[in-house]
Design a protein around this ligand. Structure first.
Ligand code: ZN
Length: 214
């Protein structure tokens, strides 16, 4: 079948992905789709298909489980991402990392800029780099602009862990992985994270592995 009936190649691709039902396979590092940058969303999916796609991104994120998922991570190079973090963490972790609950949100064409000079360095991971985590220094607060899934303008400040999530997901849409700016010496397997580096901050890991938190 050709594109026909005014359907865009993106609509064909998404229909095909959704036809299998259930959570979508997540693309792992090494696939060029994670490196090429995504196209601004401008109606390539009609509203009903966009709604089904977003719902499947949510399902996929929850099944993983993860706190954010960019469309490129399911192979769709459109500037769309979802975020959601129930933040089931102890109080001391919540305080140190600013990991407050983040309700489900859809980010369309997101762009961020720093708010202030403060930075925060913590371990993070990525569903496209399974099995590993590393410390990334990021803006402690950002202003995020763009739109939601209904086309309503988004202009909001994020801080704490939600600020980290929106930077990570927006970076995906620019073809950037967290590893690009991670502290290489902090790279830790999930097993090392569980056994050694569960503290609220990465200070002990920095000392033991020999990296800086500046
Ligand atoms: Zn990621």
């Amino acid at each position: 079948m050709g594109i026909g009936a005014g359907r865009t190649p993106f609509a064909e691709q998404v229909e095909s992905l959704l036809s299998a039902g259930g959570p979508l396979p997540i693309v792992a590092a090494g696939d060029p789709v994670l490196r090429q940058g995504a196209e601004p969303f401008d109606g390539q999916l009609e509203p009903a298909l966009l709604a089904r796609f977003v719902e499947t991104l949510r399902l996929t994120m929850r099944a993983a489980p993860g706190v954010g998922l960019a469309a490129v991570q399911v192979g769709v190079a459109l500037r769309i991402a979802v975020i959601e973090d129930p933040a089931p963490v102890p109080d001391e972790v919540r305080e140190a990392r600013g990991r407050v609950p983040q309700p489900f949100r859809v980010l369309v064409n997101p762009v961020y800029e720093p708010v202030g000079d403060a930075r925060a360095a913590f371990f993070e991971g990525c569903l496209s780099v399974p099995g590993w985590q590393a410390v990334v220094s990021r803006h402690a607060a950002v202003r995020l602009t763009g739109a939601d899934e209904h086309g309503r303008a988004l202009d909001e400040e994020f801080r704490g862990w939600p600020a980290r999530i929106v930077q990570h997901e927006t970076d995906h849409l620019d073809g950037t992985l967290y590893l690009d700016s991670a502290e290489p010496r902090s790279l830790s397997s999930n097993r090392a994270m569980t056994e050694r580096w569960g503290q609220p901050t990465p200070d002990r890991a920095a000392e033991a592995l020999g990296f800086s938190l500046d």
